[in-house]
Design a protein around this ligand. Structure first.
Ligand code: OGA
Ligand code: NI
Length: 403
C-alpha cells in the first residue's frame, strides 16, 4: 500500500505506454548448418546479448531452428545417453527406484517435529532434493508470484531492455545466460534476478508488474526458509538456531525464470546441469515439468506437485555439513510446450560485504570425521562459481582438501 501516494516513475510510465507495442525482432542465425569456416560464434553471442531481448526475443521472432550457439555439443548428448539410457526427452517418467521425497510440514507444532527432522535428514543426505507440502505459503501467493514473474517476461522487449544487465553488482536485473560468454552452449531461458536482502530492497527498484507479489513472496519464503534451516540444524544434531546464527537466512535472492516454448528442444537445454551456489534453494515450479536431478547415474524427474515447493541443498550447505547433506546436480529440459515458469529463492549473502568464513561446522567434526573442505568466504565462493560458469563440474571440488 505504501506505493499508492507516489508519483509514477519514468520506468513505470514507459512500461504502461509501451505495453501494446510489439517486441523487436532480433537477428538470428537461423541455420545451424552454417558454414563452420565463416561462423563467428563471438559475434553471434554479442548480437544476441546486444538485442537485450533474451531468449524470448528469439522465440517471438518465430525462428524454427535454433541459433548454433544454443546447440549442445555432441559429446554432451552422448554422455547423457550413456548415463540415463534414452536421451531423456521431456516428460519421460522417472526411472524406477526413486521418487523425490515429499515432506509434510503441517504438523510440526502438533508433535510431528521429530518425524519431520528424520525425513529431512534422510532426504538431504540421500537425495539432496525434496518437496514440502503444508508449508504455510497460501496457494494464492504461489500462483500470484508465478504470474507476476511471467508478466515481467511478457512485457514488451523495449521495457525489459531497461532492466537488462550483466553487471555483478546490480540488485535487480533482467538477464539471459549469466555465463553466455563462458559456457559451452547457451540455455533456452531468461531470468529476472532480484537480490532481496540482507539490505532490504527498495520495492521501487522492482518492475511495477511484479513488485507487490515479489515483496510478499519474499517475506513468506524467508519465513519458510527459517523453518527449514531449523529442521536442517536439528537433522545435524545441532540446536535449532545453529544455521540461523550462521546467517543462512540473512539474505536471499529471487530468480524469476522463463523458459519459452522451444522449436528444437532435443538440441539444447533449459538449464545446463549444475548445483546451486547457495546454502539452500526453495523452488516454485509451474505444472509443465522438465526439472531433473542426477541420482545414481540417472536423470530423475522432479514432478510438479500442486501447491508444493521444491527444496534443495546448495553447495555451501554441503560444505558446512561436511558432505552429510548433498548438493546435487540438476537441470531443466527444454520443451516444445511453454512458457515454463519458475521462481527460485536462493538463500545466500550474494553481494553482501560479509567477511564471515564458511567451513565444515566444528561441532560435527571428530577424529573419524575430519574436515573435508577448506574455509571460504562467500565472495570467494561466488566469484569462483561465476567465473567457472555452468560447465558441468562442481565448484566444491575447488575447495575440497583431499581431491
Ligand atoms: C536454479 C534452478 C530450476 C528451475 O535456479 O538454480 O535450478 O526449475 N532452477 O527453474
Ligand atoms: Ni539450480
Amino acid at each position: 500500500m505504501r506505493n499508492l501516494h507516489r508519483k509514477e516513475s519514468q520506468q513505470e510510465a514507459r512500461e504502461r505506454s509501451l505495453s501494446l507495442s510489439h517486441p523487436k525482432m532480433v537477428g538470428a542465425d537461423d541455420s545451424h548448418g552454417a558454414d563452420p569456416a565463416t561462423y563467428d560464434r563471438y559475434r553471434e553471442l554479442k548480437r544476441f546479448d546486444e538485442s537485450q531481448a533474451g531468449v524470448k526475443g528469439l522465440a517471438d521472432s518465430g525462428i524454427a531452428r535454433l541459433p548454433r550457439f544454443f546447440l549442445r555439443p555432441p559429446e554432451d548428448i552422448a554422455a547423457d545417453r550413456h548415463c540415463s539410457g534414452p536421451a531423456a526427452p521431456a516428460g519421460l517418467a522417472a526411472p524406477a527406484g526413486l521418487e523425490i521425497p515429499v515432506i509434510d510440514l503441517g504438523s510440526l507444532a502438533a508433535g510431528g517435529r521429530p518425524a519431520a527432522v528424520a525425513r529431512v535428514l534422510e532426504a538431504a543426505r540421500e537425495v539432496g532434493f525434496f518437496q514440502v507440502v503444508n508449508h504455510g505459503i497460501p496457494e494464492s501467493v504461489l500462483e500470484g508470484v508465478l504470474a507476476a514473474a511471467g508478466a515481467f517476461h511478457e512485457l514488451p522487449a523495449e521495457v525489459k531492455a531497461g532492466y537488462y544487465s550483466r553487471e555483478m553488482g546490480r540488485k535487480v536485473k533482467f538477464t539471459s545466460n549469466f555465463d553466455l560468454y563462458e559456457s559451452k552452449h547457451a540455455n533456452w531461458r531468461d531470468t529476472l534476478f532480484c537480490v532481496m536482502g540482507p539490505e532490504p530492497l527498495d520495492p521501487l527498484e522492482l518492475p511495477l508488474v511484479c513488485r507487490d507479489m515479489m515483496m510478499e513472496y519474499s517475506r513468506q519464503v524467508k519465513a519458510l526458509g527459517t523453518t527449514l534451516f531449523e529442521l536442517l540444524s536439528e537433522a545435524l544434531g545441532l540446536k535449532p538456531d545453529h544455521l540461523l546464527k550462521m546467517d543462512c537466512t540473512k539474505g536471499h535472492a529471487l530468480l524469476g525464470h522463463y523458459y519459452p516454448a522451444c522449436p528444437e528442444p532435443d538440441l539444447t537445454m533449459g538449464t545446463t546441469k549444475h548445483s546451486d551456489p547457495d546454502f539452500l534453494t526453495i523452488l516454485l515450479q509451474d505444472q509443465i515439468g522438465g526439472l531433473q536431478i542426477y541420482y545414481r547415474d540417472q536423470w530423475v524427474d522432479v514432478p510438479p506437485v500442486a501447491g508444493a515447493l521444491v527444496v534443495n541443498i546448495g553447495d555451501l550447505l554441503q560444505l558446512m555439513s561436511n558432505d552429510i547433506f548433498k548438493s546435487v546436480w540438476h537441470r531443466v529440459l527444454a520443451n516444445h510446450v511453454g512458457p515454463r515458469l519458475s521462481v527460485a529463492c536462493f538463500f545466500t549473502l550474494h553481494l553482501y560485504p560479509t567477511t564471515r568464513m564458511y567451513g565444515p561446522i566444528k561441532e560435527i567434526l571428530s577424529e573419524d570425521r575430519p574436515a573435508l573442505y577448506q574455509e571460504t568466504s562467500l565472495r570467494e565462493f561466488i566469484t569462483y562459481y561465476d567465473s567457472k560458469g555452468l560447465d558441468g563440474t562442481s565448484a566444491l571440488t575447488h575447495f575440497r582438501l583431499v581431491k
